[in-house]
Design a binder for this molecule. Structure first.
Ligand SMILES: NC(=O)c1ccc[n+]([C@@H]2O[C@H](COP(=O)([O-])OP(=O)(O)OC[C@H]3O[C@@H](n4cnc5c(N)ncnc54)[C@H](OP(=O)(O)O)[C@@H]3O)[C@@H](O)[C@H]2O)c1
Length: 252
Protein backbone atom coordinates (compact mmCIF):
# COMPACT_ATOMS: atom_id res chain seq x y z
CA UNK A 1 0.00 0.00 0.00
CA UNK A 2 1.09 3.57 -0.72
CA UNK A 3 0.84 5.99 2.22
CA UNK A 4 0.93 9.78 2.45
CA UNK A 5 0.80 11.96 5.53
CA UNK A 6 -0.41 15.47 4.70
CA UNK A 7 -0.80 18.38 7.13
CA UNK A 8 -3.56 20.98 6.76
CA UNK A 9 -6.11 18.81 4.91
CA UNK A 10 -9.27 20.42 6.30
CA UNK A 11 -9.42 22.94 3.43
CA UNK A 12 -7.46 24.73 0.73
CA UNK A 13 -4.41 23.20 -0.94
CA UNK A 14 -4.06 20.40 1.63
CA UNK A 15 -7.58 19.09 0.92
CA UNK A 16 -6.83 19.04 -2.83
CA UNK A 17 -3.50 17.25 -2.32
CA UNK A 18 -5.24 14.63 -0.18
CA UNK A 19 -8.00 14.10 -2.75
CA UNK A 20 -5.60 13.75 -5.70
CA UNK A 21 -3.41 11.30 -3.80
CA UNK A 22 -6.47 9.22 -2.89
CA UNK A 23 -7.39 9.19 -6.59
CA UNK A 24 -3.96 7.61 -7.09
CA UNK A 25 -4.72 4.88 -4.51
CA UNK A 26 -2.76 6.41 -1.64
CA UNK A 27 -3.99 5.91 1.89
CA UNK A 28 -3.87 9.51 3.10
CA UNK A 29 -3.47 10.34 6.77
CA UNK A 30 -4.55 13.97 7.01
CA UNK A 31 -4.00 16.31 9.93
CA UNK A 32 -5.69 19.55 10.94
CA UNK A 33 -7.73 20.92 13.84
CA UNK A 34 -10.94 20.46 11.82
CA UNK A 35 -12.10 17.52 9.74
CA UNK A 36 -13.22 18.03 6.14
CA UNK A 37 -16.30 15.78 6.11
CA UNK A 38 -16.63 15.95 2.33
CA UNK A 39 -13.08 14.68 1.85
CA UNK A 40 -13.51 11.96 4.47
CA UNK A 41 -16.70 10.72 2.74
CA UNK A 42 -15.23 10.56 -0.80
CA UNK A 43 -15.34 7.16 -2.47
CA UNK A 44 -11.96 6.99 -4.17
CA UNK A 45 -9.41 4.23 -4.81
CA UNK A 46 -7.42 5.36 -1.74
CA UNK A 47 -8.67 5.81 1.82
CA UNK A 48 -8.62 8.84 4.11
CA UNK A 49 -7.90 8.85 7.83
CA UNK A 50 -8.21 12.15 9.69
CA UNK A 51 -6.27 13.00 12.82
CA UNK A 52 -7.29 16.11 14.71
CA UNK A 53 -4.30 17.96 16.07
CA UNK A 54 -3.32 21.53 16.78
CA UNK A 55 0.15 21.87 15.27
CA UNK A 56 0.85 24.92 17.44
CA UNK A 57 0.85 22.49 20.38
CA UNK A 58 4.32 21.01 19.98
CA UNK A 59 3.89 18.21 22.54
CA UNK A 60 0.68 17.10 20.81
CA UNK A 61 2.46 17.31 17.44
CA UNK A 62 5.31 15.12 18.67
CA UNK A 63 2.96 12.55 20.27
CA UNK A 64 0.72 12.43 17.19
CA UNK A 65 3.56 11.87 14.74
CA UNK A 66 5.25 9.31 16.98
CA UNK A 67 2.05 7.30 17.01
CA UNK A 68 1.51 7.73 13.23
CA UNK A 69 5.00 6.38 12.54
CA UNK A 70 4.53 3.48 14.98
CA UNK A 71 1.30 2.52 13.14
CA UNK A 72 2.89 2.91 9.71
CA UNK A 73 5.82 0.68 10.65
CA UNK A 74 3.35 -2.19 11.15
CA UNK A 75 2.16 -1.87 7.52
CA UNK A 76 3.47 -3.18 4.25
CA UNK A 77 4.54 0.12 2.71
CA UNK A 78 5.21 0.46 -0.99
CA UNK A 79 5.92 4.16 -0.66
CA UNK A 80 5.63 6.84 1.99
CA UNK A 81 5.21 10.58 1.43
CA UNK A 82 5.13 13.43 3.92
CA UNK A 83 3.66 16.75 2.75
CA UNK A 84 3.99 19.60 5.25
CA UNK A 85 1.41 22.07 3.99
CA UNK A 86 -0.33 23.50 7.10
CA UNK A 87 0.48 27.14 7.76
CA UNK A 88 -0.90 30.45 8.99
CA UNK A 89 -0.44 33.85 7.38
CA UNK A 90 -1.63 35.73 10.48
CA UNK A 91 -0.74 37.86 12.39
CA UNK A 92 -0.79 40.39 9.53
CA UNK A 93 0.47 43.49 11.31
CA UNK A 94 3.56 45.65 11.60
CA UNK A 95 6.07 44.62 14.28
CA UNK A 96 5.36 46.69 17.37
CA UNK A 97 1.62 46.04 17.21
CA UNK A 98 1.44 42.25 17.48
CA UNK A 99 0.04 39.91 20.10
CA UNK A 100 2.83 37.72 21.52
CA UNK A 101 0.73 34.54 21.70
CA UNK A 102 -0.27 34.92 18.04
CA UNK A 103 3.40 35.22 17.11
CA UNK A 104 4.25 32.10 19.12
CA UNK A 105 1.43 30.08 17.49
CA UNK A 106 2.51 31.29 14.06
CA UNK A 107 6.13 30.18 14.49
CA UNK A 108 5.03 26.88 16.03
CA UNK A 109 2.76 25.94 13.11
CA UNK A 110 4.84 27.31 10.23
CA UNK A 111 8.36 26.47 11.34
CA UNK A 112 8.84 24.54 14.57
CA UNK A 113 6.24 21.89 13.79
CA UNK A 114 7.78 21.01 10.38
CA UNK A 115 11.24 20.92 12.02
CA UNK A 116 10.08 18.65 14.86
CA UNK A 117 8.15 16.40 12.48
CA UNK A 118 11.06 16.11 10.01
CA UNK A 119 13.44 15.22 12.83
CA UNK A 120 11.07 12.54 14.17
CA UNK A 121 10.33 11.20 10.70
CA UNK A 122 14.00 10.78 9.76
CA UNK A 123 14.83 9.28 13.15
CA UNK A 124 11.94 6.83 13.59
CA UNK A 125 11.97 5.67 9.95
CA UNK A 126 15.76 5.39 9.70
CA UNK A 127 15.78 1.59 9.64
CA UNK A 128 13.09 1.27 6.96
CA UNK A 129 14.20 0.00 3.59
CA UNK A 130 12.25 2.78 1.90
CA UNK A 131 13.49 6.09 0.51
CA UNK A 132 11.56 8.90 2.22
CA UNK A 133 10.07 11.83 0.31
CA UNK A 134 9.26 15.02 2.22
CA UNK A 135 7.65 18.03 0.49
CA UNK A 136 7.48 21.31 2.39
CA UNK A 137 5.07 23.95 1.09
CA UNK A 138 6.66 27.37 0.93
CA UNK A 139 5.71 30.78 -0.47
CA UNK A 140 7.22 33.53 -2.59
CA UNK A 141 7.10 35.52 0.68
CA UNK A 142 10.16 33.52 1.80
CA UNK A 143 12.22 35.51 -0.65
CA UNK A 144 10.85 39.03 -0.36
CA UNK A 145 9.72 41.30 2.46
CA UNK A 146 6.08 42.34 2.50
CA UNK A 147 4.79 45.10 4.81
CA UNK A 148 2.72 43.45 7.56
CA UNK A 149 3.90 39.92 6.80
CA UNK A 150 7.04 40.00 8.98
CA UNK A 151 6.02 36.76 10.71
CA UNK A 152 5.03 34.92 7.52
CA UNK A 153 8.08 36.05 5.49
CA UNK A 154 10.35 34.99 8.38
CA UNK A 155 8.85 31.54 8.97
CA UNK A 156 8.71 30.69 5.26
CA UNK A 157 12.31 31.88 4.81
CA UNK A 158 13.23 29.71 7.81
CA UNK A 159 11.42 26.73 6.31
CA UNK A 160 13.30 27.22 3.02
CA UNK A 161 16.70 27.30 4.71
CA UNK A 162 15.78 24.36 6.97
CA UNK A 163 14.65 22.25 4.00
CA UNK A 164 17.77 23.11 2.04
CA UNK A 165 20.01 22.22 4.99
CA UNK A 166 18.29 18.91 5.73
CA UNK A 167 18.51 18.04 2.03
CA UNK A 168 22.25 18.78 2.11
CA UNK A 169 22.67 16.48 5.13
CA UNK A 170 20.62 13.67 3.58
CA UNK A 171 22.60 14.01 0.35
CA UNK A 172 25.96 13.84 2.09
CA UNK A 173 24.81 10.92 4.24
CA UNK A 174 23.74 9.10 1.07
CA UNK A 175 20.36 8.12 2.55
CA UNK A 176 18.49 8.35 -0.75
CA UNK A 177 15.83 10.43 1.04
CA UNK A 178 14.48 13.44 -0.84
CA UNK A 179 13.44 16.67 0.86
CA UNK A 180 12.20 19.52 -1.30
CA UNK A 181 10.19 22.76 -1.42
CA UNK A 182 7.01 23.46 -3.36
CA UNK A 183 5.81 27.03 -3.98
CA UNK A 184 2.10 27.07 -4.90
CA UNK A 185 2.00 30.81 -5.77
CA UNK A 186 -1.37 32.54 -5.26
CA UNK A 187 -4.47 30.35 -4.81
CA UNK A 188 -8.13 30.93 -4.11
CA UNK A 189 -8.27 29.78 -0.47
CA UNK A 190 -9.39 31.03 2.92
CA UNK A 191 -5.84 32.20 3.51
CA UNK A 192 -6.29 34.70 0.64
CA UNK A 193 -9.60 35.77 2.23
CA UNK A 194 -7.76 36.52 5.48
CA UNK A 195 -5.18 38.52 3.51
CA UNK A 196 -7.91 40.59 1.78
CA UNK A 197 -9.64 41.29 5.09
CA UNK A 198 -6.57 43.03 6.56
CA UNK A 199 -6.70 46.77 7.03
CA UNK A 200 -4.43 48.86 4.79
CA UNK A 201 -2.63 50.11 7.93
CA UNK A 202 -1.72 46.47 8.71
CA UNK A 203 -1.02 45.39 5.14
CA UNK A 204 -0.19 48.09 2.64
CA UNK A 205 -0.57 45.77 -0.40
CA UNK A 206 -4.16 44.84 0.46
CA UNK A 207 -5.67 46.44 -2.69
CA UNK A 208 -3.28 44.46 -4.91
CA UNK A 209 -4.48 41.23 -3.28
CA UNK A 210 -8.15 42.25 -3.60
CA UNK A 211 -7.47 42.76 -7.31
CA UNK A 212 -6.02 39.22 -7.61
CA UNK A 213 -9.45 37.95 -6.60
CA UNK A 214 -11.51 40.27 -8.81
CA UNK A 215 -9.20 39.69 -11.80
CA UNK A 216 -9.42 35.90 -11.35
CA UNK A 217 -5.64 35.67 -10.90
CA UNK A 218 -5.90 33.17 -8.05
CA UNK A 219 -5.45 29.54 -9.09
CA UNK A 220 -7.80 26.81 -8.00
CA UNK A 221 -6.21 24.48 -5.45
CA UNK A 222 -6.92 21.34 -7.54
CA UNK A 223 -4.84 22.79 -10.38
CA UNK A 224 -1.94 23.62 -8.06
CA UNK A 225 -2.16 20.33 -6.15
CA UNK A 226 -1.94 18.41 -9.44
CA UNK A 227 1.45 19.99 -10.16
CA UNK A 228 2.79 18.80 -6.81
CA UNK A 229 1.10 15.39 -6.94
CA UNK A 230 2.38 14.72 -10.48
CA UNK A 231 5.89 15.23 -9.16
CA UNK A 232 5.29 13.11 -6.05
CA UNK A 233 4.08 10.28 -8.30
CA UNK A 234 7.37 10.34 -10.19
CA UNK A 235 10.10 10.21 -7.51
CA UNK A 236 12.85 9.83 -10.13
CA UNK A 237 11.86 13.33 -11.22
CA UNK A 238 12.39 14.78 -7.73
CA UNK A 239 15.79 16.23 -6.97
CA UNK A 240 16.76 16.30 -3.32
CA UNK A 241 16.89 19.94 -2.07
CA UNK A 242 15.17 21.38 -5.15
CA UNK A 243 12.75 24.33 -5.15
CA UNK A 244 9.77 23.57 -7.38
CA UNK A 245 7.13 26.16 -8.18
CA UNK A 246 3.73 25.91 -9.82
CA UNK A 247 5.08 28.70 -12.04
CA UNK A 248 7.53 26.18 -13.57
CA UNK A 249 4.49 24.65 -15.26
CA UNK A 250 2.32 27.70 -15.99
CA UNK A 251 5.05 30.31 -16.60
CA UNK A 252 3.46 32.88 -14.27
N1 LIG B 1 -3.19 30.67 -0.57
C1 LIG B 1 -2.13 31.19 -1.17
O1 LIG B 1 -2.27 32.05 -2.05
C2 LIG B 1 -0.75 30.70 -0.81
C3 LIG B 1 0.33 31.30 -1.46
C4 LIG B 1 1.63 30.83 -1.20
C5 LIG B 1 1.81 29.81 -0.29
N2 LIG B 1 0.73 29.26 0.34
C6 LIG B 1 0.99 28.15 1.27
O2 LIG B 1 0.21 27.03 0.87
C7 LIG B 1 -0.14 26.24 2.02
C8 LIG B 1 -1.64 26.02 2.07
O3 LIG B 1 -2.28 27.28 2.15
P1 LIG B 1 -3.85 27.46 1.96
O4 LIG B 1 -4.04 28.70 1.24
O5 LIG B 1 -4.45 26.20 1.49
O6 LIG B 1 -4.27 27.74 3.49
P2 LIG B 1 -5.69 27.61 4.22
O7 LIG B 1 -6.79 27.52 3.25
O8 LIG B 1 -5.70 28.68 5.26
O9 LIG B 1 -5.53 26.18 4.93
C9 LIG B 1 -4.54 26.00 5.91
C10 LIG B 1 -4.57 24.58 6.42
O10 LIG B 1 -3.61 24.52 7.51
C11 LIG B 1 -4.25 24.01 8.66
N3 LIG B 1 -3.77 24.61 9.90
C12 LIG B 1 -3.63 25.93 10.17
N4 LIG B 1 -3.30 26.07 11.46
C13 LIG B 1 -3.23 24.83 12.01
C14 LIG B 1 -2.95 24.34 13.30
N5 LIG B 1 -2.71 25.16 14.33
N6 LIG B 1 -2.97 23.01 13.50
C15 LIG B 1 -3.28 22.16 12.48
N7 LIG B 1 -3.54 22.56 11.24
C16 LIG B 1 -3.53 23.89 11.01
C17 LIG B 1 -5.73 24.38 8.49
O11 LIG B 1 -6.54 23.47 9.23
P3 LIG B 1 -7.42 23.83 10.52
O12 LIG B 1 -7.73 25.30 10.47
O13 LIG B 1 -8.61 22.94 10.39
O14 LIG B 1 -6.55 23.47 11.67
C18 LIG B 1 -5.93 24.19 6.98
O15 LIG B 1 -6.22 22.84 6.71
C19 LIG B 1 0.43 27.00 3.22
O16 LIG B 1 1.68 26.48 3.56
C20 LIG B 1 0.58 28.43 2.70
O17 LIG B 1 1.56 29.16 3.41
C21 LIG B 1 -0.54 29.68 0.11
Amino acid sequence: MKYAVVTGTSKGLGASIAKLLMEESFHVIGLARNINEELAAMKLPGEYTHIQVNLSDLDATQDTFTSIVQDLKEKEMESLLLVQNAALVTPIEQAGRQDTQKLIDHVHVNLLSPMIVTNLWLDLLRDMDLPLVIANVTSGAAQRSVYGWNAYCSTKAGLDRYTDTVALEQGELGTGNKVFLFDPSIMDTEMQGEIRSADVTQFTDVEKFKAYKTNNSLRETDVVAKVLVDRLLDPDNIQNGEYYSVKDVFNR
